[in-house]
Design a protein around this ligand. Structure first.
Ligand SMILES: Cc1ncc(COP(=O)(O)O)c(C=O)c1O
Length: 439
């Protein structure tokens, strides 16, 4: 049998950093006795197995009600489906109701989650080795991994407490140009960034769209957490503010429905003209990539999510109100427990940010919070978390922890933070070195 040296495989496989997605999703399984703040797994206490068949039946009924012949419905669900999907109509209605995003169905492609939408958008937009992806840093590991798998260089732009500074984005785009390269796109999560929980203020959203036009790049907007804001605090998405076709919107049903469906979507209404002069949307044009990556998204998953959308009148904002309250209660429980264990004025060396929603917050600690520290915390103190350094694109975050509170009940959160406090208390402080100070 041939054996391979891992280092001889593609950089996306050879690079140990590319293991972060697996590490984050498997930490809870590796340490079953630990309370897990390590992932952003959604709350799953409201799932009911009968829901799966209910929503499929609901979608079939919906097609029948619309007069689709029985034989066609059978075909649609059992056969290879259209490459760009079956349920674009339902997603278009949802986008209009939930986000005031008004796009034709031709602008929508149904994908295997955000992850495939990102791969497809990147594959289509990045044509030259000199095309660079600008990205918020710290960033969701899925975007760095998708770019790496496609050999696309990424330039991280450090965010502040209010997310990305549009001026810093403009400067990064110009710096890339000064190197003879091109910033082809910018990736960000304007609503409750993973891992930091930041939200981009309205004025910065508007300015960022201007910068995208001035510097001529497109924005890849990733928005899995926007539904989980406090009442009255919802911001318009960049896509809803986009009058110039600058934004490609990458959606996911992982948090608004459930991640097991592995379903998401790409919204790209920009026009593409082919050699014969035919004009199609970018989403239609990118179906070549979709066909070659996965042929089409699972018709069964689309039927479940299609039924879910129809059943909830395409209004996921209302359908997830109770869920949003669950997450906000968990956020508040985490903040309260931190306040109790690390009181202001005491010499514990610990501080944290206070996001207004989402699934995550960042804790600063007085020692190196790497994977080895996390494993010790999980094994000896019964609490796991994610090292923030995994998310920084240009280094940094060595003494920071991401706490994901979405999948722990408030009592478990209180116990988990008590355990974390014992771990932090028992861990010797590091002396910051010079490189850390500069990061
Ligand atoms: C920032 C971000 N984008 C997207 C997703 C969801 O991706 P997918 O639809 O591939 O599950 C997540 C989930 O953790 C996320 O945190």
């Amino acid at each position: 049998m041939p054996s391979f040296d891992q280092a001889s495989l593609h950089a996306g496989i050879a690079d140990p950093e590319m293991d972060s997605m697996r590490i984050l999703s498997e930490t809870a399984l590796r340490f079953p006795d630990a309370l897990s703040f390590s992932s952003g797994a959604p709350y799953d206490g409201n799932h009911d197995l009968s829901g799966l068949t209910f929503y499929i039946d609901r979608y079939i009924k919906h097609l029948r009600d619309r007069g689709v012949p029985e034989q066609r419905i059978t075909r649609l669900l059992f056969q290879y489906g259209p490459v760009n999907g079956l349920i674009q109509d339902e997603v278009a209605l949802m986008l209009k109701r939930d986000e005031q995003i008004d796009v034709p169905v031709e602008a929508i492609m149904i994908t295997h989650g955000f992850q495939e939408a990102a791969l497809i958008a990147l594959r289509g937009l990045f044509a030259s080795p000199d095309d660079v992806l600008l990205a918020v840093s710290p960033a969701y590991v899925g975007i760095r991994g998708a770019a790496r798998m496609l050999d696309i260089p990424v330039r991280g732009i450090l965010e502040g407490p209010d997310g990305l500074d549009p001026q810093a984005v403009a400067e990064a785009a110009r710096a890339v140009r000064a190197e003879g390269k091109r910033a082809a796109a910018l990736y960000l999560v304007p609503d409750f960034n993973n891992p930091s929980g930041t939200v981009l203020p309205r004025a910065a959203r508007e300015r960022l769209l201007e910068v995208a036009a001035e510097e001529d790049f497109v924005i890849l907007e990733d928005n899995p957490y926007g539904l989980f804001a406090r009442e009255g605090e919802t911001q318009p998405t960049l896509k809803a503010l986009d009058t110039d076709g600058r934004v490609i919107y990458l959606g996911s049903f992982a948090k608004s429905a459930f991640p097991g469906a592995r379903l998401g979507y790409l919204v790209a209404e920009q026009e593409v003209v082919d050699a014969s002069g035919t004009v199609r949307t970018l989403a239609q044009t990118l179906s070549k990539a979709k066909a070659m990556f996965t042929v089409g998204s699972s018709t069964l998953s689309q039927a479940v999510i299609g039924g879910y959308l129809v059943e909830h009148d395409h209004d996921l904002r209302s359908a997830t109100r109770e869920l949003a309250a669950v997450y906000l209660e968990r956020l508040d429980a985490t903040l309260a427990a931190l306040g109790e264990h690390f009181p202001a004025g005491a010499d514990h060396g610990v501080s944290w940010n206070t996001p207004r929603g989402g699934f995550f917050l960042t804790l600063k600690v007085p020692f190196t919070a790497d994977l080895a520290a996390m494993e010790r915390s999980a094994r000896e103190y019964g609490v796991s978390w994610a090292p923030m350094s995994m998310f920084y694109l240009e280094g940094g975050g060595d003494r920071e922890i991401r706490l994901g509170f979405s999948n722990l009940a408030p009592e478990a959160i209180r116990e988990g933070i008590a355990r974390l406090a014992r771990f932090i208390d028992a861990t010797p402080r590091d002396i910051p070195d010079v490189s850390e100070g500069q990061a």
